[in-house]
Design a protein around this ligand. Structure first.
Ligand code: NI
Length: 256
C-alpha cells in the first residue's frame, strides 16, 4: 500500500540539490502523492512549475503569515491567477502566527481574510497554519462557515478545539510532532481524532520524526507518523492509511 503526504515542501531550497532524485524514489518509498504548500508569491510560482514536471506532486499557492507584512493587492491578484494552474489543489499555507509575530497581527488577519475570499471564489480548500492564535483563527474561519473546507496543518491544539474545526468542515492533520518525546498532549489529542477527520503529513523539510531528528525531513518519513498513529489508535496501519489517503483525495479533489 502507498501513502499520501498531505503537506511537504519539496520546493524548499533544501531540495534544490536533489529534488529529482528524492521524487524518483517515491515508488521505492511507497509514496502515492504529496501536496506542496507555498509560503509567498515566489514559492507559489516555483510550485506551479514543479507540479508540471512531477506527476506525483500537487501544489497549493498562497502567502504564509510570516510573509504578509509587505503584501499588496497586486500580490494577491498573482496568487489568484496562479490558482488556475494545472494541479494546484488548494490555497495555502495561510493563517495566523502570533508566536513569531513576523508580521503585524492586524495585517496577518487582513491578508488571511483576503486569501479565504480567494479560496471561496475559486472553490478551493485551504491549508491553515496557526500558532498561538487558535481563537482568532477559529473566529475568522467561522466567518466563512459553509463556504470553505480545508485542513488544520500540523495541528497540536486541544481535542476540544479540534472538534470545533471539524464542525466547520476541516480535517485535522498530524505531523511528526506526534513522535516527539515531550509531545504527550499531541498524542492524547491524536488518539481521539476520528479516522474520518484525519490527515497525516511530514511538513518536510521541517519537523523530522523520531528516531531521525536532526536529519532533513523527507516525505518517506511520513511512514513513521503513520506507524506512531496506528500504535496510539490501536488499529492496523493499512486501515489508517486507507482512511487518511482517501481523506486527502476527497479534500483536494484528486482522483488519480
Ligand atoms: Ni508547512
Amino acid at each position: 500500500m502507498k501513502i499520501v503526504d498531505s503537506h511537504s515542501h519539496i520546493d524548499d531550497e533544501k531540495f534544490d540539490i536533489d529534488r529529482e532524485e528524492v521524487i524518483s524514489l517515491f515508488d521505492e518509498n511507497k509514496i502515492d502523492f504529496i501536496v506542496d504548500p507555498a509560503s509567498d508569491v515566489k514559492s507559489s510560482e516555483k510550485i506551479v512549475e514543479i507540479v508540471k514536471k512531477f506527476s506525483r506532486v500537487y501544489g497549493a499557492v498562497g502567502i504564509h503569515p510570516h510573509e504578509v507584512e509587505d503584501i499588496t493587492d497586486d500580490d494577491l491578484k498573482k496568487i489568484y491567477n496562479l490558482s488556475f494552474s494545472n494541479k494546484i489543489v488548494a490555497i495555502g499555507e495561510i493563517g495566523l502566527d502570533y508566536y513569531y509575530d513576523n508580521s503585524p497581527r492586524e495585517k496577518q488577519k487582513e491578508i488571511f481574510r483576503k486569501q479565504l475570499e480567494i479560496a471561496k471564489k475559486r472553490n478551493l480548500p485551504v491549508i491553515i497554519h496557526t500558532r498561538e492564535a487558535m481563537q482568532d483563527t477559529f473566529d475568522i474561519l467561522s466567518e466563512f462557515k459553509g463556504d470553505i473546507t480545508g485542513v488544520m496543518h500540523c495541528y497540536t491544539g486541544s481535542f476540544e478545539m479540534a472538534e470545533k474545526f471539524i464542525n466547520l468542515g476541516f480535517y485535522i492533520s498530524i505531523s511528526g510532532v506526534v513522535t516527539f518525546k515531550n509531545a504527550t498532549n499531541v498524542r492524547e489529542m491524536a488518539k481521539k481524532i476520528k479516522l474520518d477527520n484525519l490527515l497525516i503529513e511530514t511538513d518536510s523539510p521541517y519537523l523530522t520524526p523520531e528516531p531521525n531528528r536532526g536529519k532533513r525531513n523527507e516525505s518517506k518519513f511520513v511512514w513513521l507518523v503513520a506507524q506512531k498513529l496506528s500504535e496510539l489508535k490501536n488499529i492496523e496501519i493499512n486501515n489508517l492509511i486507507y482512511n487518511t489517503n482517501s481523506n486527502a483525495r476527497n479534500l483536494f479533489k484528486i482522483n488519480n
